[in-house]
Design a protein around this ligand. Structure first.
Ligand SMILES: [Mg+2]
Length: 117
C-alpha cells in the first residue's frame, strides 16, 4: 500500500463528528492517546521487565499514524511535501549528522523560514 492509497482507506474509516474543528480535534487527541499507548508498551518492558511486544509497538505506531494522516488530510497538508520539509529542517539543524550542541542551540528563525517555504 502506498501513501495515497492509505490516505483514501484511512479516510473511509474516519468518523464525521459534524464540524471541521471537531474532526481535527478528534485526530489531535487520538494521536496523543495512541502515542501514550505506545509509551505504555515501552513502560511494560522498561518498568515491569516484560519482553517488548513489537507487534503491539507496531500497532500503536500505526494507530498514531492513522490519526496524523487523517489530520493532514483534513488540513490539506501534503504528506510527501511535509516529509521533505521535515528533512530539510533537520538537515539545517544537523548538516552532517545528529549533534547534541546543535540540538540545544537551534536557529529557530532559519528553521521557521524552511517550514514557511
Ligand atoms: Mg492503539
Amino acid at each position: 500500500m502506498n501513501i495515497k492509497e492509505y490516505i483514501r482507506e484511512s479516510s473511509n474509516t474516519c468518523p464525521d463528528l459534524g464540524s471541521d474543528f471537531s474532526n481535527q480535534l478528534h485526530m489531535a487527541i487520538g494521536a496523543s492517546t495512541e502515542s501514550n499507548e505506545l509509551l505504555d508498551a515501552y513502560k511494560k518492558a522498561f518498568a515491569y521487565g516484560k519482553e517488548l511486544d513489537k507487534i503491539n509497538v507496531s500497532e500503536e505506531i500505526f494507530d498514531c499514524f492513522w490519526y496524523l494522516v487523517n489530520l493532514c488530510r483534513m488540513l490539506n497538508i501534503d504528506i510527501e511535501k511535509g516529509m521533505q520539509t521535515n528533512i530539510d529542517k533537520l538537515k539545517t539543524r544537523y548538516p552532517n549528522k545528529f549533534d547534541t550542541d546543535r540540538a540545544i542551540n537551534r536557529d529557530l528563525n532559519k528553521e521557521r523560514t524552511i517550514l514557511e517555504s
